[in-house]
Ligand binder design. Structure first.
Ligand SMILES: CCCCC/C=C\C/C=C\C=C\CC(=O)SCCNC(=O)CCNC(=O)[C@H](O)C(C)(C)COP(=O)(O)OP(=O)(O)OC[C@H]1O[C@@H](n2cnc3c(N)ncnc32)[C@H](O)[C@@H]1OP(=O)(O)O
Length: 297
């Protein structure tokens, strides 16, 4: 397993995964009954009787989406996707207070243009795999969830969030001096509508759980200790629908948004690299990182 993961990770980084579908053929062996898989940053527990896997992010301190994290996540998801017995995935966090802090800012600071391009391709791949998954995807949001963390929740079919006012969720990119890419914006618009997205994105607004429920950014609130149980109940409701009908409907709803990124994928990478290599943007990101560190002092 470790060797397979290692090879899969290097293939993904090298871009071979999309070109040759190599992982598809090599990894077909997993998860046919109850199964557990652990990587450094993610654990997956698949219940063979219900067909539901729980994918738990466990990358302290804040489950930030680094290149390694994204690679492990995408590979884990792909393996579940290939297992016919797996019909649904619940995403959650093992960390107290944080679902995911979004993209790892250190991946966007002080690195080469080649690194930024590889990182951005991995972010796109992660979004595409999760957005177009055949499985039912439910986010059990048991902590704060800014930017890329919010995006991860938004691409799921359903969101249950812990009803704790200390937690917040939203696309806060403008607060870092950066701009949410068009496909982040599309994902949010598809969920809460154009007007609310326009306000939320410009202000980099972070919603409390109650406000997120009000605007439809999340579907349901639950007490912190019940989030995963509620997510499981929701999952069984969704799994009561015949897979083929539900999946064709999901594809029909999501295809235009997915196609837009696929069509403009290379241009989007170029645009990201041009943007993030600007001195002014590097300065903003460094200052933001520093401010996060200062908050603790
Ligand atoms: C016009 C053309 C446009 C083209 C497109 C261009 C650009 C688009 C580019 C990028 C899009 C980016 C989307 C993103 O996801 S950016 C990331 C945004 N994330 C955040 O703002 C979250 C910041 N973090 C927090 O608010 C808190 O950490 C959090 C509430 C999550 C948790 O709080 P807590 O108190 O528990 O923990 P902290 O003490 O704050 O943090 C611990 C530790 O972790 C470091 N850290 C936090 N978040 C990140 C992160 N996202 N990346 C890297 N590191 C992070 C933090 O600095 C602390 O480190 P240390 O002090 O312990 O060393």
């Amino acid at each position: 397993m470790a060797a397979l993961l290692k090879r899969s990770a290097s293939l993904l980084r090298a871009g071979a995964l999309q070109k040759h579908g190599v992982l598809t053929k090599q990894a077909l062996c997993l998860f046919s009954t109850n199964m557990r898989m652990f990587t450094n940053k993610i654990s997956v527990e698949m219940d063979g009787t219900t067909g539901v896997a729980v994918l738990t992010m466990k990358s302290p301190p804040v489950n930030s989406l680094s290149l390694d994290f994204l690679t492990e996540f995408t590979i884990s998801l792909e393996k579940l996707e290939m297992d016919k017995a797996c019909r649904g995935v619940i995403l959650t966090s093992a960390l107290p207070r944080v679902f995911s802090a979004g993209l790892d800012i250190t991946e966007m600071c002080g690195k080469s243009a080649e690194h930024y391009a590889a990182f951005w391709r991995a972010v796109q791949e992660f979004w595409l795999k999760l957005y177009t998954s055949n499985m039912v995807t439910v986010a059990a949001i048991n902590g704060s969830c800014p930017a890329g963390g919010c995006l991860m929740a938004l691409v799921c079919d359903y969101r249950v969030m812990a009803d704790d006012p200390k937690f917040s969720i939203g696309l806060n990119e403008t607060k870092l001096g950066i701009v949410a890419p068009f496909w982040f914006k599309d994902t949010m618009t598809n969920t809460i509508g154009n007007r609310e997205t326009e306000k939320a994105l410009q202000l980099g607004y972070m919603y409390s759980p109650a406000d997120a429920l009000k605007v439809g950014l999340v579907d349901q609130l639950a007490s912190a200790d019940k989030v995963e149980t509620v997510a499981s109940t929701v999952m069984s409701e969704w799994l009561a629908i015949p897979d083929h009908a539900r999946h064709l409907t999901k594809s029909m709803m999501r295809k235009p948004t997915r196609d837009r990124l696929v069509t403009h994928r290379d241009a989007d990478i170029t645009s990201f690299v041009n943007f993030v290599t600007k001195d002014s943007i590097q300065k903003s990101l460094q200052m933001y990182l520093e401010s996060l560190k200062q908050r603790k002092r």
